[in-house]
Design a binder for this molecule. Sequence first.
Ligand SMILES: Cc1cc2nc3c(=O)[nH]c(=O)nc-3n(C[C@H](O)[C@H](O)[C@H](O)COP(=O)(O)O)c2cc1C
Length: 340
Amino acid sequence: MTAYPKTAALMARGAEFLGSEYAVLCGAMSWVSERNLVSAISNAGGFGVIACGAMTPDLLDAEIAATRALTDRPFGVNLITMHPMLFDLIAVCAKHGVSHVVLAGGIPPKGSIEAIKAFGAKVLVFAPTIALARKLFRSGADALVIEGSEAGGHIGPVSTGVLAQEFLPVLAQDHIVFVAGGIGRGEAMAGYLEMGAAGVQLGTRFAAATESIAHPDFKKAFFRANARDAIASVQVDPRLPVIPVRALKNKGSEEFTAKQIEVARALDSGSLDMGAAQLEIEHFWAGALRRAVIDGDVERGSVMAGQSVGLITAELPVATILANLLGECEAALDKRQKVA
Ligand SMILES: Cc1cc2nc3c(=O)[nH]c(=O)nc-3n(C[C@H](O)[C@H](O)[C@H](O)COP(=O)(O)O)c2cc1C
């Protein structure tokens, strides 16, 4: 018997798909979503996702094994599509019988969805347009995450509220669609669930949880920040396909501008081609995020955070955060039913 019956009913499809008690995913966050946070989320009834990021296959192998030692509940693995060893990473997931793989960071390359489905895992994808979402479903994707520009980390240009209005009426009846970006309280979850979402994905809200290994200074920066401090990076050179990143404004934001100018010059001189330039930018982010999350350098590192950071004022255990979200969602659904 759940304490949140209306929420559970609206989340039933998503929870069944994930194999979790509640269809609340903690989106993969590079350096943050490792064994401790992922197992804590799954143990609390949500769905944790390991961020593979730039890990080698050996490191991913060890991380999956360590996570499994901490939870017997399902969790997923997030792979970045442009990782040069993507298919080796998929093989590691196959070896461990990972139940859900999230393909992020770009259009899944040919054969990747098939390779994941071949060992029986479910595939979650991101898509910025309905046409691409439909194509990915036809190619075998099992679920879609729509993520709005309020989110932390790499972002698209459109807000969650607009994406939800665009995608959910068209796709949510026949497909599993999770909504991400800017969700900090349960009332917002209730809204997206009522619009047909199978569940929600949060990142920022969980990054500063007690079980997150993020440096205490990284968490303190979250508690201090307002929504308006979490800004999207600017693209300096229109030729460079730089995906904007939302992070707390600091000296590191300025260094990214300088990095783009350096990479653009290398493109001009022919010492880098476009693919290599893009990888160089991604390596910059991975390094800058590590500096903030692991070393606690919140001035020069990248403190990736979504706009919901303004709602976070204290470190709380994952189970408390989840209970608060579910409680707020249930109360909002109760209220609407009474009015009706
Ligand atoms: C610090 C940080 C790192 C992130 N790293 C990744 C990543 O490696 N891969 C990915 O697919 N999404 C990444 N994200 C996005 C989250 O998975 C999630 O979708 C997003 O945080 C949801 O929006 P919210 O931040 O508004 O809750 C990251 C987000 C944050 C805050």
